[in-house]
Design a protein around this ligand. Sequence first.
Ligand SMILES: *[C@@H]1O[C@H](CO)[C@@H](O)[C@H](O)[C@H]1NC(C)=O
Ligand SMILES: *[C@@H]1O[C@H](CO)[C@@H](O)[C@H](O)[C@H]1NC(C)=O
Ligand SMILES: *[C@@H]1O[C@H](CO)[C@@H](O)[C@H](O)[C@H]1NC(C)=O
Ligand SMILES: [Zn+2]
Length: 482
Amino acid sequence: MLFLLSLLKLTLCLIVVSSEFIWKHHNNEELPLVLEEVHEKCPNITRVYALTEPSVRNIPLYVIEFSTTPGFHQPYKPEVKYVGNIHGNEVLGRELLLGLAHYLCDKYLDHDRHIKNLIENSRIHLLPAMNPDGWQLATDTGGNDYLIGRNNNHSIDLNRNFPDLDAITFEFERQGINHNNHLLKDVTRLAAPLEPETRAVMRWIMSVPFVLSAAMHGGDLVANYPYDESRSGAPVSEYSASPDDDTFRELAMTYASAHADMASVARRGCHTTNSDESATYNFGKQGGVTNGAAWYSLKGGMQDFNYLATNAFEITLELGCEKYPAASKLANEWERNREALVAYLWKAHIGIKGIVNDDSGFIQNAIISVVNITGPVPRPIRHDVTTGAYGDYYRLLTPGHYEVTASHPGYFPVSRVVTVPHYQQYALVLNFRLEPTTSWFDDETVFGLYPHGLRDGQPRIYKRSLYEKVANSMLEHKNTKH
Ligand SMILES: *[C@@H]1O[C@H](CO)[C@@H](O)[C@H](O)[C@H]1NC(C)=O
Ligand SMILES: *[C@@H]1O[C@H](CO)[C@@H](O)[C@H](O)[C@H]1NC(C)=O
Ligand SMILES: *[C@@H]1O[C@H](CO)[C@@H](O)[C@H](O)[C@H]1NC(C)=O
Ligand SMILES: [Zn+2]
């Protein structure tokens, strides 16, 4: 019996060893098998899961996660994601993410210090295909059409199907309202029904505390950053800066400059047919990066949704001129992208991070706001981030001096000054301890409506949410008076 068991173990080992990654186009049945293979090779640091809903044609949207605590968020460890194959006929990202999964696992097993540090200090999620149905159609029809297979099986472009939060933030700007984050609750109507793939990804985005993300496309070679939508409605050529423009440029430039030639001035633009270079964009000449709307404006994209609905910063990667490169080109494309893929994941560690506490525990949904005091005139960055399930926050920032304030209704805000250095392996830790303004829990007039005895013996989180509700309703009353 023991012998049989060890024989079984041996054969399993052999299977694992023989499962070397092959560069080819993996179909929708092979995709989860590749992820399972990686999981079998690296069971301690991976988990394979599917999003809450499958595609229209019922194909699950599989994700592989890398962390030392698969399935669990840990404070001080930022969460990052890559999403591939959003347009079904743009397939390079899909294969690169399968290759990246193998690579991260292999390097971890080889005790590669760089990759081990990355995995031990972050939580990484890879969704190789958001649009498996479009991939099937594109593949069945030869994979060489510019549009066939782009959309999902309801003929909907998934990268136009997210709630248009840009419209809301631009309206707030016009009204002088200083509110530019977590805007999903401000949506009053949707331009179109949400597709199952969009819903699945939205639930994922809203439930995992992502800090950094990249969405993968094809058809050009450029790293594109928010906003994708122009303020005036201009269809092309209107730079649409977000409050984090400096940070987004830095994120996009990280990918572009670590890529083989995304940032190369010498390369030709993707759609140039003759010597007339000026007729089309040549992103190499601008460092391989572009603001979204400065290229062309779009509504309902995933990138801006991440930034405006959550704490995540997402950019869009156009990975190559060809949307569906031949299988023979994939290994070379991996070499051209490998360093950039890893360098970008490390960007989840720029800026500052920390935990917001009071004297009895951490505080969820505390607001972290930042003023850039690097130059002679202090410049508020009008996009706050919030603390998560363990009172932890992550604030991506470029090098400079900042005044950082943590606040929460019912507490005195606390500000601290910090210098983000030029070379950072990990984000600077900046924790906050807040003092309550009053002990409202002792106040009969506020708590008269609620049963007594809440103060003792109840879990802290329950008290916290009640506290928040009361604080919010008081604020509301204040607002309606003026
Ligand atoms: C997984 O963890 C166990 C227990 O710590 C260890 O014995 C095993 O070698 C690890 N396996 C891999 C593949 O790292
Ligand atoms: C939906 O999927 C079916 C089955 O694969 C296919 O025949 C049909 O063309 C697809 N429709 C669209 C609009 O993609
Ligand atoms: C803060 O300001 C400095 C100087 O203008 C700039 O270099 C830096 O990128 C800014 N940081 C952010 C996050 O905007
Ligand atoms: Zn695309």
